[in-house]
Ligand binder design. Structure first.
Ligand code: COA
Length: 437
């Protein structure tokens, strides 16, 4: 670990998650489609997946994660000097979704605003960029906000369907010793290769995926980055207290651990038995899987949802420990890096909002899931916006801060949601907002 990170000068100072209000259980999906629930529960390691209400999109989820962060961590929006949104659910080929979020959060105009895109790798690129921005002195004492937000959506009936999900994670990166996480990207364990494992042409609403090939590409990238990290002097996976992965589905964590053990055997001759690996999985990998098991794939946010899961589930054990993190984005780019968890767990206690977000949800039936999809597709047509018309308003998430109501004259229309209406102070700060175009 380099000196600045060791001294705790650049840190993730705050992290909060947004969990969509609605969920579809894999048991319901299996019953409705005549599939074996064990395939989902054991084969993929999934229990439920988050389903976005038609009025919720990558923008509203990101804004909700940002709202939670600003409120719970008492971050002043005027202190944010750079806002990066990492997403592969962009809504426009020119206008970044970050600029909607900039307005919704009431961040000062004196701020760099942009989206980054590289499939599920985007948030790690944004985090590394933010750490570098602060370390270089360019930030002038300001903080960076990184928000990872995505909707994982595949065709109905496809192999990818049970690995859907949605959500957002917001983080603030700044100088200061009182951080939650001190990431260290210095080993440069990065691997990039042009592959067609997963992509979404601009005219498609759902992703196209060569699923099994994407798992191969993921594991190949892990073996390359972990080998690079070890050869540049990094600790072995046994020495790292926890291992967090990009989790398109939870079961990939087991495949990833086996791959790391294989690489380790080649590098150091340390061979682990299957029984040993099962124990290591429970101890080091499983604590980071709650979000993926309950929410599904959240693309860019997936690795950071694993971080949120670990911090909430293992707050006593994780504090002060070194962890390994693997980020993979299809297409592809991947990085293996380490991070020190902050030593004072009281810093993040009660502020992340992941487990609370999971437990407050409403389960929907299969017909409602199909209805949500149908209405979401309708909102992507021009002049779909009708004043006073909230699609499926009877199922509106009661705690949404913002609602997407479709297009009017080729512009997206956002209005304050039920939670924003009762939140007077923020309403005043953001100028009451109706509607954002
Ligand atoms: N009980 C228990 N396990 C079962 C089962 C049952 N009844 N039926 C199948 N399984 C297991 C299979 O053995 C397999 O396990 P394994 O991979 O350890 O061998 C697993 O469930 C998946 O089933 P399988 O039929 O092999 O694959 P699939 O056609 O369902 O596709 C994905 C799986 C991940 C490729 C597919 O969900 C997908 O395309 N997802 C989107 C892309 C993605 O997530 N990529 C990851 C890298 S980014």
């Amino acid at each position: 670990m380099n000196d600045i990170a060791k001294e705790g000068l650049v840190a993730v100072e705050a992290i909060s998650a947004h969990v969509p209000f609605h969920a579809l259980s894999h048991q319901v999906l299996a019953d409705a489609t005549g599939q074996d629930p064990d395939k989902f529960h054991r084969g993929l390691g999934c229990s439920r997946m988050a389903i976005c209400h038609p009025t919720q999109d990558a923008v509203t989820m990101a804004a909700d994660a940002g709202e939670t962060l600003l409120e719970r961590w008492k971050v002043d929006p005027d202190d944010i000097g750079m806002l990066i949104v990492a997403t592969e659910s962009g809504v426009d080929w020119a206008k970044p979704i970050a600029i909607y979020i900039h307005q919704m959060l009431g961040i000062s105009p004196n701020c760099r605003i942009f989206d980054v895109q590289h499939a599920c790798f985007g948030a790690s690129a944004a985090l590394a960029m933010s750490v570098g921005w602060i370390r270089s002195g360019m930030s002038g004492g300001k903080k960076a906000m990184v928000i990872a937000t995505d909707i994982a959506r595949y065709e109905v009936g496809s192999a990818g369907e049970p690995t859907q999900g949605a959500g957002a994670v917001a983080m603030v990166v700044g100088e200061g010793s009182g951080g939650v996480l001190f990431p260290d990207f210095s080993s440069q364990a990065i691997y990039a290769r042009n592959v067609m494992d997963f992509w979404r042409p601009g005219f498609c609403n759902s992703a196209l995926v060569n699923g099994k090939y994407s798992v191969e590409c993921y594991l190949k990238a892990l073996s390359e980055t972990y080998a690079h990290y070890r050869r540049s002097g990094g600790e072995s996976y046994r020495q790292l207290k926890y291992l967090l992965f990009h989790f398109p589905f939870t079961r990939i964590g087991w495949k990833a651990l086996v791959m790391m053990a294989d690489v380790e055997a080649q590098i150091s001759g340390d061979v682990a038995s299957e029984e040993e690996l099962l124990g290591i999985y429970d101890e080091k990998v499983k604590p980071g899987t709650t979000g993926a098991r309950e929410i599904g794939n959240v693309y860019c946010a997936s690795l950071y949802l694993a971080l949120a899961s670990l911090l909430e589930a293992e707050k006593d054990c994780a504090a002060g420990e070194k962890i390994g993190m693997f980020s993979y984005g299809s297409g592809s780019c991947a990085e293996f890096f380490t991070a020190m968890v902050g030593s004072r767990r009281e810093i993040w206690e009660g502020k992340i909002g992941l487990l609370g977000g999971i437990s407050r949800r409403e389960n929907i039936d299969y017909e409602t899931y199909l209805d949500f999809r149908k209405h979401s597709a309708r909102l992507y047509q021009d002049n779909s916006f009708r004043i006073g018309d909230v699609p499926l308003g009877n199922k509106l998430p009661p705690d949404a801060h913002h609602l997407f109501l479709g297009y009017r004259n080729m512009k997206r229309i956002y209005i304050p949601g039920p939670a924003m209406r009762v939140c007077l102070s923020r309403k005043i700060r953001t100028g009451a907002l109706p509607p954002v175009e």
